[in-house]
Design a protein around this ligand. Structure first.
Ligand code: NDP
Length: 454
């Protein structure tokens, strides 16, 4: 296990909300001993004391459920260093020390190439690891270039491209449920499943994140990475093991099997939209274009939907719909598997079976049809299962994997490229305006389905 972690982006949102709390959870669970070294760096220039005060506040706020002694330990253990992550001399002095180091780039994505380039001259100790957060590039070319730069610094197995969705209990449960239950895998195919919907709808609007979001949008922020990863776990062939090679090879097979988008597919089967002024949860929300920090000429979408088809024995004939939006009426974060109707029904009316994995909150439901109270009547039944609470938050698991060098849940370089390749025709048609940018009132259910626009 690597016992030295350097986080670039010390006072950033990711460190405050996820990394420091993840480390507190690891400490509480006994995974970090007193020899663990944590250095947090950015360009602000703080003293250790100032940073520890800030870290304590963030931990109290974002890791309230972690034991107080674990929170105090993380804050007290952390050292702060002023450093520019694109400066080879700053990097070299941070990296200097005994043994390998894990470098977590909790940095704006535009800084990644400069940091990785600077690492070439920084004499990274053998066995060190580099952790990046999505987005991995902003299109196929930039993803390739980033992968090329990384390959000059460390071997691929030392690169951890983090997608925290993969560490969510319920997302892992998708695979667990499929593979550990005799009743599911035999019907997990297009003969029995007509449609699979992967949805991440939020009632939250921009919430002051224009600096990051404007120019990125829902397709690149959610669909290209998080929802594609969920798609991979839902649709993959059963892997031989959960080792990094087996799991990642099967995931990339799914991405490779996605039928390439034709012009007609993009026009008919993708939708983009942004929110207009409205009310969400009793609050007035301005139109996206009027949000603080949004470019007045912005054409960024806050809602994206794509319909995909997989060309494989298992899935030809099943429709996959992926969608994500902001400022919607309600949170809806789930995977729904729609089964085909039964071939013959001697009486009554049956609802089609729907298996639903709630992503947040985490639960599982199954819609069935059972016998009704009347004579020869049927009635819908829903079975609900609550998930066991996880002993570690998603970022705790991810950090543990990084420290132990287990890359099974990390996105491999070719996988990141493949995800961009699939969406390239969509990105091109959207940026050239060939697919209209619809509008929906904040607090509504989203844009009207195609053909129902008013
Ligand atoms: P923030 O803008 O909140 O923080 C960025 C941090 O990077 C700041 O500490 C900033 O400090 C530092 N920084 C910027 N440039 C440099 C530089 N050249 N050298 C050293 N430090 C630098 O971003 P987030 O924390 O939100 O995001 C970080 C990464 O995590 C991004 O890649 C993002 O996409 C990803 N991510 C974030 C999530 C979130 O919920 N926040 C969720 C999933 C992924 P300073 O400018 O003072 O140097």
């Amino acid at each position: 296990m690597i016992n030295r972690l350097v986080v670039f982006g010390a006072t950033g949102d990711l460190n405050a909300r996820y990394l420091l709390p993840g480390l507190a959870a690891l400490r509480a669970a006994g995974h970090l001993d007193d020899g663990f070294q944590l250095i947090c760096a950015d360009r602000k220039g703080r003293t250790d004391e100032e940073f520890r005060d800030w870290a304590t506040e963030q931990l109290d706020r974002h890791a309230a459920s972690a034991p107080a002694d674990a929170r105090r330990w993380v804050a007290a253990t952390t050292r702060y260093r002023r450093a520019d992550a694109t400066d080879p001399a700053d990097l070299a002095s941070l990296i200097a020390g005994d043994g390998p180091v894990a470098l977590y780039l909790a940095l704006p994505p535009a800084v990644f190439p400069g940091t990785v380039t600077a690492l070439r001259g920084a004499d990274l100790p053998p066995g060190s690891r580099i952790v990046l957060e999505k987005p991995f590039g902003e299109d196929l070319d930039s993803a390739r270039e980033l992968n090329r730069l990384l390959a000059e610094v460390v071997p691929e197995q030392a690169v951890f491209r983090v997608d925290h969705f993969l560490a969510m209990t319920t997302v892992q449960n998708l695979l667990g449920s499929r593979l550990a239950n005799r009743v599911l895998e035999p019907i997990w195919n297009s003969a029995h499943i007509s449609e699979i919907e992967i949805v991440w709808d939020e009632s939250l609007a921009l919430e002051g994140r224009a600096g990051y979001y404007d120019g990125v949008g829902a397709l690149k922020d959610m669909v290209q990475n998080h929802l594609f990863q969920v798609l991979c776990l839902v649709a993959m062939e059963p892997p031989l093991s959960l080792g990094e090679r087996d799991l990642r090879d099967r995931k990339i097979d799914v991405l490779r099997s996605i039928r390439p988008f034709t012009d007609e597919d993009v026009l008919r089967h993708t939708r983009r939209a942004r929110y207009a002024a409205g009310r969400v949860d009793g609050r007035d929300v301005p139109a996206y274009i009027d949000e603080d920090g949004v470019d007045p000429h912005s054409r960024t979408e806050t809602f994206a939907e794509v319909e995909l088809h997989l060309e494989s024995w298992r899935w030809s004939g099943t429709r996959f719909r992926l969608r994500s939006g902001k400022a919607l009426e309600a949170d809806r974060k789930e995977v729904r598997i729609f089964f085909r109707p039964v071939p013959h029904l001697p009486f009554g009316e049956a609802v089609p079976n729907v298996l639903r994995f709630g992503l947040d909150p985490e639960d599982v439901t199954l819609d069935l049809t059972g016998i009704g109270s009347g004579v020869r009547t049927l009635t819908p039944l829903t079975m609900t299962a609550q998930m066991e609470p996880s002993d570690l938050p998603a970022y705790g698991r991810l950090l543990l994997d990084v420290l132990h060098g287990n890359a099974a849940l990390s996105i491999r370089g070719d996988e990141a490229e493949q995800a961009w390749r699939v969406l390239a025709p969509v990105m091109s048609a959207w940026s050239s305006g060939r697919v209209p940018l619809q509008e929906y009132p904040a607090g509504s259910r989203g844009p009207a389905p195609a053909g129902e626009e008013t």
